[in-house]
Design a protein around this ligand. Structure first.
Ligand code: AMP
Length: 306
C-alpha cells in the first residue's frame, strides 16, 4: 500500500493508474474506521483497479462549538484496517497540506444544504463540499463512494458533482448497522453504555415508521408522529428533527409517493447522531431500505466507558 501525505503523491499514484487504463475508486473519510467505512472500501475494491482512501478530519466542516478537537482518531488502527481491505493508496494529509493558505475559495450548494442538518449546522455543508471538491480534484476522474447514512451529504455531493461537471461517478452505499440496529458512526464512541443502548431507539423508531407506511400510511405528518412516539420512550435521546423528504431533491411532501427518506437527528449525551431509512413507494408496493446489519463477528466500536 502507498501511504502518502502530499497532494503531489496522491495525484501521481492516481494519474499513473489511469495511464495504465486502471479505474480509480475513492473513499473520502475522517478515519476512526468501523464496518460502515469498510463496506465503502469493499464496494470500491470490487469495482475498481486502484482503491484510494483518504483520512482527513476537516476543520472547515466543524462549527465553532462542535467536536473538532475531541473527534476520535486512531491512525495506527486505521492503517491496519485499510491494509486488511486491500486498499492501494492511503492519503493522510495535514491541515497545512489541504489548506496551505487561509481558505478564500469555498464551494456552496444552495437549497439542498439549508434544512435538515443544515439548520443546526449552518456552515457544515460548505465545509464538506469544499473539502470533497478539493479531494476529487486531487484524485481526478474516479468513482467516489459515500454512505447513505449521511443522506443529505450524499445528495449535496451528487448535486455539486453534477453542477461542477466533475469527472466523477458518485456511488451511494447502504447504511451499515450494529447488530442491535444502531447505525455505525465514529461518534458512537462518545456514548456511555447506557446512552448507546438508548440510542438504538432511533433505528427502532425508523423501523416502526416504515412499517406504518408498508401498512398504508401516506401522510408524512403521521409518519413523523410515529417516529416521535417511539423515540419518546428514551428520554436520553433528544430529537433535533424528524423529517420526511423526497430522496432526489430533499423537497417536503404532502403525501408519501415515489422515493422518500425518513430522517432523524438527535442528541444523545455528548453525541449528535443521525439516521434514516428510505422508502420506495409505487402505489401499494413499498420497499424499505434500512441498510444492512453488520456481521456479529465484526468488532463493534467501544463505548466511552469500555
Ligand atoms: P466519516 O468518516 O464519518 O466522514 O464517513 C466517511 C464516509 O463513510 C461517509 O461517506 C459516510 O457516509 C460513510 N459512513 C459513515 N458511517 C456509515 C455507516 N454506518 N454505513 C455506511 N456508510 C457510512
Amino acid at each position: 500500500m502507498i501511504n502518502c501525505t502530499t497532494v503531489a503523491g496522491l495525484r501521481g499514484a492516481c494519474d499513473a493508474a489511469r495511464l495504465d487504463q486502471r479505474s480509480v475508486g475513492f473513499v473520502p473519510t475522517m478515519g476512526y474506521f468501523h464496518a460502515g467505512h469498510r463496506s465503502l472500501m469493499r464496494m470500491a475494491r470490487t469495482a475498481n483497479e486502484l482503491v484510494v482512501v483518504s483520512i482527513f478530519v476537516n476543520p472547515l466542516q466543524f462549527g465553532p462549538t462542535e467536536d473538532l478537537s475531541a473527534y476520535p482518531r486512531d491512525l495506527a488502527r486505521d492503517i491496519e484496517m485499510v491494509e486488511s481491505e486491500g486498499v492501494d493508496v492511503l492519503f493522510v494529509p495535514t491541515v497545512d497540506e489541504m489548506y496551505p493558505e487561509p481558505t478564500q475559495t469555498t464551494v456552496h450548494v444552495a437549497g439542498l444544504t439549508e434544512g435538515l442538518c443544515g439548520a443546526a449546522r449552518p456552515t457544515h455543508f460548505d465545509g464538506v463540499t469544499t473539502v470533497v471538491a478539493k479531494l476529487l480534484s486531487m484524485v481526478g476522474p474516479c468513482r467516489g463512494y459515500f454512505g447513505k447514512k449521511d443522506f443529505q451529504q450524499l445528495a449535496v455531493v451528487r448535486r455539486m458533482s453534477a453542477g461542477l461537471n466533475l469527472p466523477v461517478e458518485i456511488v451511494g452505499c447502504p447504511i451499515v448497522r450494529e447488530s442491535d440496529g444502531l447505525a455505525m458512526s465514529s461518534r458512537n464512541s462518545y456514548l456511555s453504555e447506557f446512552e448507546r443502548s438508548a440510542a438504538t431507539v432511533l433505528s427502532k423508531a425508523l423501523f416502526w415508521a416504515s412499517e406504518t407506511v408498508v401498512r398504508g400510511e401516506r401522510d408524512p405528518q403521521r409518519v413523523i408522529a410515529s417516529v416521535r412516539q417511539v423515540s419518546i420512550l428514551e428520554p436520553t435521546v433528544e430529537l433535533e428533527y424528524v423529517e420526511v423528504r423526497s430522496v432526489g431533491d430533499l423537497s417536503t411532501l404532502d403525501a408519501l409517493d415515489g422515493d422518500v427518506v425518513v430522517a432523524v437527528a438527535a442528541r444523545v449525551g455528548g453525541a449528535r447522531l443521525i439516521d434514516n431509512c428510505t422508502l420506495s413507494i409505487r402505489g401499494d408496493d413499498v420497499r424499505v431500505d434500512l441498510g444492512v446489519l453488520v456481521h456479529p463477528s465484526i468488532e463493534r466500536i467501544p463505548t466511552c466507558n469500555e
